[in-house]
Design a protein around this ligand. Sequence first.
Ligand code: NAD
Ligand code: UDP
Length: 328
Amino acid sequence: MKKILITGAAGFLGSHLCDRFIKEEYYVIGMDNFITGDRKNLAHLEDHANFEFIEHDVTEFVEVTGSLDYILHFASPASPIDYLKIPIQTLKVGALGTHNLLGLAKAKKARMLIASTSEVYGDPLVHPQTEAYYGNVSTIGPRGVYDEAKRFQESITMAYHRFHGVETRIVRIFNTYGPRMRLNDGRVIPAFMGQALRGEDLTVFGDGSQTRSFCYVDDQVEGIYRLLLSDYVEPVNIGNPNEITIKEFSEEIIKLTGSNQKVIYKDLPVNDPMQRRPDITLAKEILGWEPKIGREEGLKITFEYFKNLSHEDLYKSEHKNFNNHIKK
Ligand code: NAD
Ligand code: UDP
């Protein structure tokens, strides 16, 4: 039985990846320090014979006993409001955390895949974004803590591959959504759906002309799974190329949720990318992958999930673990 370590396992993507690898009959070790994740996302796996969980901050030395075949490094705050609140932890998990895990991959002769992001392209001047584009990132802007940590993560991963011969894979994930996102994480889909459920106005930042392209989680997980098992070392974009402005998107959410909410306009966050759409030619060619789930279907499933959350989840304004970690 193949053994895989998944960091960020209690988060949105990490928990779905745990499910997928359990389904593929791997032995899965989940690791997380719960800074933005939630134990509830893994509750259904707690008693599974092929699953174990280690509570650990991966910026500290990472120890796993026995052999290890694969590592998926998904630990990192991922939402702009999260990484603005915990900027140092964001830099550390991308830099020190990745270093520790690459060291572990080298020691165990494991193959390691890192979760990079479309944010490495910053506010892109090339559209749609191909993997060959170097990006347009402000090193000192508020989003720099995330973008530069992820850019460093890609560089150190390639260095371990070239210098130490570690088998590595790099996925550049474009906006992905689905059940188990945190309703209060500030990303646009939970934000709009939470507002619709609470009967509040939908907050569009800027004039809403900025674009995004939203990928449903099952498609994302399939792309990551195929990339891990492929022999392609350089970064690969995984995302849905169906692009929409945020203003149009807010109207779509109002229609879907059947609510009578108005849209209100708020300031555009600093360095908020004005356009984003993945060029997925490479993923199609080398992985035979393309997304299958359209926005209408994916949003319906996601809204059903949010509708069934508790009253407490719906009104919680901040992650309970931020304060503990900020004091450190
Ligand atoms: P998430 O916040 O739901 O999950 C991240 C998980 O990492 C959380 O459970 C958190 O507690 C854990 N974590 C953070 N720092 C840690 C540390 N030092 N030690 C151990 N655990 C730690 O976010 P997500 O959307 O699931 O994102 C997962 C990964 O995918 C991140 O690396 C993110 O950068 C990347 N990504 C996600 C998206 C997306 O659209 N969801 C887009 C691009 C990249
Ligand atoms: N956004 C918005 N209202 C919100 C939350 C986000 O208009 O309540 C916008 C945000 O400014 C960005 C887009 O939606 O242009 C996507 O934001 P998100 O935080 O989901 O992810 P990003 O792609 O910026 O990392």
